[in-house]
Design a protein around this ligand. Sequence first.
Ligand SMILES: *[C@@H]1O[C@H](CO)[C@@H](O)[C@H](O)[C@H]1NC(C)=O
Ligand SMILES: *[C@@H]1O[C@H](CO)[C@@H](O)[C@H](O)[C@H]1NC(C)=O
Ligand SMILES: *[C@@H]1O[C@H](CO)[C@@H](O)[C@H](O)[C@H]1NC(C)=O
Ligand SMILES: *[C@@H]1O[C@H](CO)[C@@H](O)[C@H](O)[C@H]1NC(C)=O
Ligand SMILES: [Cu+2]
Length: 640
Amino acid sequence: MDKRFFLIAVAPIALAQLPPFVPAPGQPIHRGDPGTFEIIPDTLVSSQQIFLGRPGKVYILDKVQNNPTKINGHPAWAEEYRTTDDRQRTMDVVTNAFCAGGNVLANGTWVNVGGNQAVTLAGEPAESQDGTSAPYFDADGRRSLLNPCAAEDCEWSASPFETDQRWYPTVEALEDGSIIILGGSRNGGFVNSAALSVPSYEYFPPAGPPIISPFLENTLPVNLYPLTWLLPSGNLFVQAAFSTILLDHKNHVETPLDDMPHAVRVYPASAGTVMMPLTPENNWTATLMFCGGSNIANEEWTSPGFVAITRPASTSCVKITPDLSRSYVEDDSLPDGRSMASCVLLPDGKVLCLNGARKGTGGYGKRPWAIGQSYADDPVLTPVLYDPAAPAGQRWSSDGFSASTVPRMYHSSALLLADGSIFVSGSNPNKDHTVGPDVKYPTEYRTERFFPSYYNQRRPQPKGLLSQFSYGGPPFDVTLDSDDLFGDFKNVEAATVVVLRPGFSTHAMSMGQRMVVLQSSYTGYTNNSATLHVNQMPPNPAIFAPGPALLFVVVKGVPSVGVHVMIGSGQIEQQKTLPVGSLPSSSIIEVPNTNSPNGEPNAERNNKSGALSLVAKRPNGFELWVALWMAVLASFFGGL
Ligand SMILES: *[C@@H]1O[C@H](CO)[C@@H](O)[C@H](O)[C@H]1NC(C)=O
Ligand SMILES: *[C@@H]1O[C@H](CO)[C@@H](O)[C@H](O)[C@H]1NC(C)=O
Ligand SMILES: *[C@@H]1O[C@H](CO)[C@@H](O)[C@H](O)[C@H]1NC(C)=O
Ligand SMILES: *[C@@H]1O[C@H](CO)[C@@H](O)[C@H](O)[C@H]1NC(C)=O
Ligand SMILES: [Cu+2]
């Protein structure tokens, strides 16, 4: 049989099939006061790198250091933190994952890439690199790739494949669910240097030898952890020092964009950075935001007289939409200058930035001006929320937020959890485990949850959510009852269905963090129930790389508890794209209110006088044309 014919014959069947539904999410287990931090149990290791690897499980990676908690005869440097009951389990990570990168593959496996050489006390190089030197028995992490297994008691394991030696690499997920690994250095240092730089990119699963990037060669010394995002065009946006490029990594072409204004955003200046939500309204076009960092010239970093600690962090915020424009545009400034802000996408489309300091930069060392060993001082303790829908000049606010009691300096992290709270942990501007009454910025194990304003509201419990999403394909219906709609059917009009990947949080970055609002329309019923008609992912995996994500339904700014879903095929492969489903127009239908004696029995009909209410969320020309004619007809018949 002809193969092509076979494919065509089965396609309609595949199209009509929806993946399994998931049970409606419930309410958060935890209670918390909106706008406040709650101290939760100390972590067992210091949270340098954190991600939500499995439902309800935060995985934490630390550098090799003398943590008091031990495992298999050496200090622990990794753990699993179960968010439902704060149960913790140490994990035996055997290589030094110090300042590694991370991201998730299309099959749901999280990968940790790179790190530093094997060390002994105070971060000094160990005698051997193979894990045989006391007291830590750690192995070289610079070439290591670590996967956590899928089982309940999963452990880290080293991949047989080795990367180039990379300390401070960036890891970004690609359209086929593989990852690209960029930059880094071969050994320790505050900033990069020509002698140590690894100015190249490579892939996992491996796809040939590393490819040299002129951009990474030309952005010394501030190009560690280059700020990188996959764009819907399939190009990568890469930013370091004051330079910016579009990288067509498939063809190894670098196209310069405008220079970064006001400040260095990359480590160690460490601005808060985030890709804004990709929505139907912005046609899923990527806009990147950079806030804070520090205005330090390239030559200053290595000059003998350089004093980081007195440098004020920048308040500036800029945005760029690199697939459409090469230029940065100004946005509202931060209320406080901030280096090392961790910016977290919330399911309501806002961005919460927390952690960091007003003075100094990332990094640490024994310089005379360091506070202990910290290169930063004056922690910013109050989170600040960015609302992209607010008018210019009013986008940042800390209204209703109280301050944390824990300074979160270099090596801190923050992560959105499925219940919509934020896991905030880490801080360790020290060479090794350093605590004590005289230590201003110790190795931090105290951990918090921050509760956004929506946290204690009754959460929507939508029914009909899917467990897996395709790129294009058949729409599905989600139902909301009166409680989900806060007792008012009109709240369906602004309801959104959101796919959000909380990323791999480290060093004020969150590799892979991204949010897509799905296209939807609604049928609202005047008895206060509603159906959302929801499309699958936009048919372009470069908008949101395949792999696991959280799914939320947001009503009146209140997100449901997120459910774990799979985006794409669940395999590392070219993702199939399907035609986009067509959604019914949005409408409000008058139905008898069962509580009201005036309800007309069986009178389900469109609002006669209100045919004008038949307006889709994103009306296209045809829908507007229909609405117009219906309005004309309604006024005509209404006049009879
Ligand atoms: C995902 O793919 C990677 C790379 O091929 C592999 O190492 C890993 O074991 C896979 N994970 C699962 C759950 O199959
Ligand atoms: C939306 O973006 C796609 C490319 O991703 C483009 O083809 C299309 O024309 C855009 N639509 C609008 C209305 O701008
Ligand atoms: C509201 O009306 C819709 C449409 O007739 C119906 O499906 C739904 O069950 C009704 N809900 C309640 C709570 O009466
Ligand atoms: C019906 O239409 C009227 C007039 O446009 C409007 O005021 C009213 O809110 C509509 N009712 C519903 C249920 O949409
Ligand atoms: Cu670091």
